[in-house]
Design a protein around this ligand. Structure first.
Ligand code: FNR
Length: 387
């Protein structure tokens, strides 16, 4: 059986034939190249975060506080990175986290489709955001055999939420991820300095413009009066009144697996369990919403409280080694955020595929060279420690 790291052999082989790689192999270069490529307002939207941005910096820094214990002669020549998540058998433990501007990050302005095609090519599932540049049905169709999940920002109007969930179900998404930490927009100095953010220009609102229930609320169609459409979206995007009492309603909307995103407190994990959810998504939204603490510092407590429920983790993941550390701390699967938004800007599907292959090769080699053949070995205790 092939290992994911075999991919790098192809890079060297091509090099022998004179082909010099053009895409980055690490996050620092990826981010620098994206900053050079992207329109400054868009780069700031992706790179920026809440307040002084210390939370997002701490998300990244926290990974360096952990080390992996190398084990020798453990027979890890063949690795198995597969996981079972929400009833899905996945070849690898990584996911593309929902990124609501991925649509406009790709050079052709169809980044959701680019990400879906990258999912189809790599087997890495995409969690499609509510904020898409192409309708969720088109994105689902581009996923090929790879499963996708749909992320819901619960709108103020329940019938719109219901319509989005039912559309996602009909389109073939395999689970609904409800994001809880964005019932209103965080305080983001970079966006404030520009005085704008992408959705206010009408970008990434295709799921609303294509939704019959949302459209029925408008006096005139989005095509006839785009400003009124965006204005109504802005007024009804979030649902500040959502509480634990509403989780039963969310649960009742669909037989699909339901995951709550943004959970960091063990008590909230227990409430989510009691409400009958199928998975917990531990994340602080990449430090974009509220000033908090490094998301990784919450992971062990969340995993313990989750018991047999799967835990997806994101926030601050920049390398294959970060992914291995999060898995060793108990995450079932790990979400990639900003890195694939940056990758999209460098060339759409191909550059996202390149990023995912880099990360998977690094996960594979980090596990193998440290002596862990599979995720069970990694989680068997003692693989990860705080330095
Ligand atoms: C996000 N994130 C996000 N989350 C979500 O549930 N729905 C969304 O539409 C978005 N949109 C979005 C846009 C951009 C530009 C970013 C960077 C992030 C949060 C995302 O799913 C994930 O939690 C973070 O990206 C994780 O942090 P890092 O690893 O990217 O720093």
């Amino acid at each position: 059986m092939a290992n994911f790291s075999d991919w790098q052999l192809g890079v060297y082989l091509n090099g022998l034939m004179g082909e010099v790689p053009t895409l980055p192999f690490g996050f620092a270069e990826l981010e620098r190249r994206a900053a050079e490529t992207m329109e400054p307002r868009l780069f700031d939207y992706v790179a920026g975060g809440a307040g002084d941005e210390q939370t997002q910096s701490a998300n990244v820094a926290e990974f360096a506080a952990y080390g992996l214990l190398p084990r020798m002669l453990s027979g890890a020549a063949q690795r198995d990175l597969s996981v079972s998540l929400l009833g899905l058998s996945l070849p690898t433990p990584i996911l593309m986290a929902p990124v609501g501007v991925i649509g406009v990050c790709a050079p052709d302005g169809h980044g959701d489709l680019a990400a879906a095609r990258a999912a189809a090519e790599t087997g890495v599932p995409l969690i499609g955001s509510t904020l898409m540049q192409d309708p969720l049905e088109d994105v689902a169709a581009a996923l090929g055999e790879t499963p996708g999940l749909f992320q819901l920002y619960t709108p103020a109007e329940r019938d719109v939420a219901e319509s989005l969930v039912h559309r996602a179900e009909a389109a073939g998404y395999r689970g609904i991820v409800v994001t809880l930490d964005t019932w209103t927009l965080g305080y983001r100095p970079r966006d404030l300095r520009h005085g704008i953010f992408p959705q206010l220009t009408g970008a990434c609102l295709a799921n609303y413009a294509s939704d019959p229930v949302f459209r029925s609320k408008l006096a005139v169609s989005p095509e006839e009066d785009p400003n009124a459409f965006v204005g109504y979206w802005a007024l009804t995007f979030g649902n500040p009144g959502l509480t634990w009492d509403d989780v039963a309603w969310l649960r009742s909307l669909t037989p699909l697996p339901l995951v709550l995103k943004g959970i960091c407190a063990p008590d909230d994990v227990r409430r989510a369990r009691d409400a009958g959810v199928d998975g917990i998504y531990c994340s602080n939204h990449g430090g974009r919403q509220a000033a908090s603490a490094p998301a990784l510092s919450f992971l062990p407590g969340v995993v313990e409280a989750a018991g047999d429920l799967p835990v997806i983790f994101d926030s601050g993941v920049r390398s294959g080694a970060d992914i291995v550390k999060a898995l060793a701390l108990g995450a079932t699967a790990v979400g990639i955020g900003r890195p694939y938004a940056y990758a999209a800007t460098l060339g759409g599907t191909d550059s996202i595929v390149h990023l995912l292959r880099c990360l998977l090769a690094e996960v594979d080699l980090t596990m193998g060279l440290n002596g862990y053949a599979d995720l069970a070995a990694l989680r068997d205790g003692g693989a990860v420690f705080r330095r």
